[in-house]
Design a protein around this ligand. Structure first.
Ligand SMILES: Cc1ncc(COP(=O)(O)O)c(C=O)c1O
Length: 347
């Protein structure tokens, strides 16, 4: 079976697992006044993450969802107004920030264009109308087919936000995919946002963990929220060690995943009724199969019978994600199955 549901399916490599055995460990939730814990490996990961993203400080959390939640709550109170992309993961999938019984955030949305770039007119209009407390962007943009927001567009969003005294948070779950696609260091992207998170557990291939990066004060606040959410861990060096390994050894190989996504997309490009949504620039390909069926779940069930595991996103599209462990041959075989499905549904 070829499983293209998500890049969260990566398994730690033997080399990565080896780092756990030799990691120096301590109690990461036994903290001094700046909030640093006693686990040297966690501290090393947080310092490395801060350095790579060009921010003052960083904090390790168990998941991307907690990272977004803690980063936002570190900057604005429950009940504040967030201006987010209308197809942003933290809105459509996580939802907790907008839950009336949890984050109680008020929602304003902006659109993105067919290349996944945030609509500046929408953002300017929302800011001019007043009441926006925080802007959220996502890079790469999962539901926009792994689209990458350019540094210029991020800079424009940041400029508008700064003019209104509003901070910008970036969901950079796949920050390094975005940096790879743009051919720039991650810090060149992160300079245009006030806080960001990235995931170790997606394309980077680590088993667990995400990191929030920002200024010292925001990270201290995020540490307090992390504790409240149950995310303060003890010998978390066993999570941090594979994370450090991932940042040192798995960033460059992301290009392979992008190439496999491209090869898959090229091989299905000529199909009449299987339409690729947006550009294919990273490791995600989103496909619209409404030309052959109005039931994407039924399509996925048929795909599984042919040896391909995929899932619908946003109820109407299907997402194919390429990651560590998925080969070029797997990508071509997945494309062959998609071509076969197009004719199978026509029969
Ligand atoms: C863009 C984006 N942000 C955040 C998350 C949440 O990460 P996690 O599954 O680690 O909570 C995901 C997960 O797929 C994601 O795709």
């Amino acid at each position: 079976m070829i499983d293209l549901r998500s890049d969260t399916l990566t398994k730690p490599t033997p080399h990565m697992l080896q780092t756990i055995l030799t990691a120096s460990l301590g109690d990461d939730d036994r903290t001094h006044e700046l909030g640093r814990g006693e686990d040297p490996t966690v501290n090393e990961l947080e310092d490395l993450a801060a350095r790579i993203t060009g921010k003052q400080a960083a904090v390790l959390v168990p998941s991307g969802c907690m990272a977004n939640t803690a980063a936002v709550l570190a900057q604005v109170k429950p009940g504040s107004t967030l201006l987010v992309d209308e197809q942003q993961h933290l809105l459509l999938s996580e939802k907790y920030l907008f839950d009336p019984d949890f984050g109680r955030m008020q929602l304003k949305t902006y659109r993105h264009d067919e290349h996944g770039q945030p609509n500046l007119d929408d953002i300017a209009a929302a800011l001019d109308a007043g009441g926006v407390d925080l802007i959220c962007v996502e890079n790469s943009h999962n539901y926009a087919g792994g689209a990458v927001v350019t540094c210029d567009r991020l800079a424009a969003v940041h400029e508008l936000a700064q003019a209104h005294g509003v901070p910008v948070h970036m969901d950079g779950a796949r920050l390094f995919n975005a940096a790879t696609a743009l051919g720039v260091p991650a810090a060149d992207i992160c300079v245009h946002v006030d806080s960001l998170m990235f995931c170790l557990s997606k394309g980077l291939g680590a088993p667990v963990g995400s990191v929030i990066c920002s200024d010292q004060e925001t990270i201290l606040a995020a540490r307090r929220i992390r504790k409240a959410l149950g995310g303060a861990m003890r010998q978390a060096g066993i999570i941090a060690a594979p994370g450090i390994y991932a940042l040192r050894h798995h960033v460059e190989r992301l290009q392979e995943d992008h190439d496999n996504a491209r090869a898959f997309a090229d091989a299905i490009a000529g199909l009449a009724c299987t339409r690729i949504v947006g550009d294919v620039v990273t490791n995600i390909v989103v496909v619209d199969v409404s030309g052959i069926t109005d039931d994407p779940l039924a399509y996925c069930e048929r795909a599984a019978e042919h040896g391909l595991i995929i899932r619908p996103v946003m109820k109407r599209y299907i997402r194919f994600v390429f990651y560590l462990g998925i080969t070029h041959d797997d990508a071509l075989e997945a494309a062959r199955i998609v071509r076969e499905l197009e004719s199978a549904f026509a029969r």
